[in-house]
Design a protein around this ligand. Structure first.
Ligand SMILES: *Cc1c(COP(=O)(O)O)cnc(C)c1O
Length: 365
């Protein structure tokens, strides 16, 4: 028997979450962001659930090839554009739309030989200070691009630093609007947080939304809002089984470093999931789990292949019981990946992206 640990990708949840994002911006087209191997879910596995999107956004050229290999003929956007000149050959061959965020990328385009001109997304750095032309330099970049025979259509794109928090998007949006006011072209500004939190803002709806995390069922602004608040469903569940039970007495410890010491007699379940599976080692005693669908907690340190949970108040649980590390239990109860991420001091994004290669994955409708 294989080790009892399994990740499940929920196609219906992906479909539902994409519909939720669309509902927030009903007039916009939607990129499904599938970078980082669809946030750890697997591009090939999520494709069926997300093929209702208007396009796929990603940044690895090999991932763009995988989306084309799935038979997708619609738009694909490279969020970071070309890294070197020969990437543009692939853009021509696979009809990839690509971001242009720096002068060097315009230089490459100017030297590129192509029969069909490209559609590009000109990126403005409106305050994130990672990629893009400053508002002052944006127009000259647009003019330079517009003069190139290699360029067909120019769309306008920027990215928010604080769409999920109190600072919000107003300042960046004002800069973007001011610098693009009389420029033609479609616009794309909103990630998941902007799409869900600022849906009332007419300017934000723009022409193309770019939801990533929401599509995978995690709240972009947890803990202010939960996935349930936004009507999102987990697209990934990680379930393991209890493979051993220990009865411990007052003063006994559990696991490496004896970080947990019992102050009463306890039953401890040993679960077939550890940090080599992508479960964060840093999760402390008390991190939530579901045991046969009932909420419980971890105790002691997470080891490479196992972790331990408290079964003292779960008398029916034992060897063979299912422990949901995140996502949906077969009983229907849900443990949001955001809660586990919070216990680890991080965000749902990091946990889903870190699902380890050795974990078997099934796709379920
Ligand atoms: C990753 C990414 C997104 C999606 O962000 P989420 O927070 O996952 O919705 C959107 N736009 C760009 C440019 C990105 O890199």
């Amino acid at each position: 028997m294989p080790r009892p640990l399994l990740a499940t990708i929920h196609i219906a949840a992906l479909r539902h979450n994409l519909a939720r994002a669309r509902q927030a911006a009903p007039d916009a087209q939607a990129w499904a962001v599938v970078k980082a191997n669809a946030y750890g879910h697997g591009i090939e596995r999520v494709f069926e659930g997300l093929r209702g999107a208007d396009g796929f956004a990603l940044l690895d050229l090999s991932e763009a090839e995988r989306v084309r290999a799935l038979g997708w003929r619609g738009p694909i956007l490279l969020l970071e554009g070309a890294f070197e000149a020969r990437d543009l050959e692939l853009c021509s061959r696979l009809h990839l739309w690509h971001t242009v965020h720096c002068d060097e990328q315009i230089d490459m385009l100017a030297l590129h030989k192509t029969h069909e001109p490209h559609r590009v997304f000109l990126k403005m750095n409106s305050g994130m200070n990672r990629l893009g032309f400053s508002p002052q330099r944006y127009r000259s970049a647009w003019t330079r691009l517009n003069a190139l025979p290699q360029v067909d259509e120019i769309s306008l794109i920027t990215h928010f630093s604080d769409a999920d928090g109190p600072k919000g998007i107003a300042a960046q949006m004002a800069l973007f609007e001011e610098a693009t006011r009389d420029l033609p072209g479609e616009r794309s500004v909103s990630n998941s947080a902007a799409t869900l939190r600022h849906a009332h803002d007419a300017a934000v709806k723009a022409d193309w939304i770019r939801p990533g995390i929401a599509v995978y069922g995690s709240a972009p602004d947890f803990p202010e809002h939960t996935a349930a608040h936004w009507g999102l469903q987990p697209a990934m569940s990680l379930n393991a089984k209890i493979i051993a039970v220990q009865h411990i007495e007052v003063g006994d410890s559990v696991g490496y470093g004896s970080s947990f010491v019992a102050d009463k007699p306890q039953r401890i379940g040993v679960v077939a999931c550890g940090y080599a599976d992508g479960y964060p080692r840093i999760c402390p005693t008390g991190t939530p789990v579901l045991v046969d669908g009932v909420r419980g907690r971890t105790v002691g340190r997470v080891s490479m292949d196992m972790l331990t949970v408290d079964l003292t108040n779960l008398p029916y649980a034992g060897v063979g019981s299912t422990v949901t590390l995140w996502g949906k239990a077969s009983e229907g109860t849900v443990l949001s990946i955001d809660e586990v991420a919070q216990a680890a001091g991080t965000v749902g994004y990091e946990l889903m992206c870190a699902l380890a290669q050795r974990v078997p994955v099934v796709v379920e409708d």
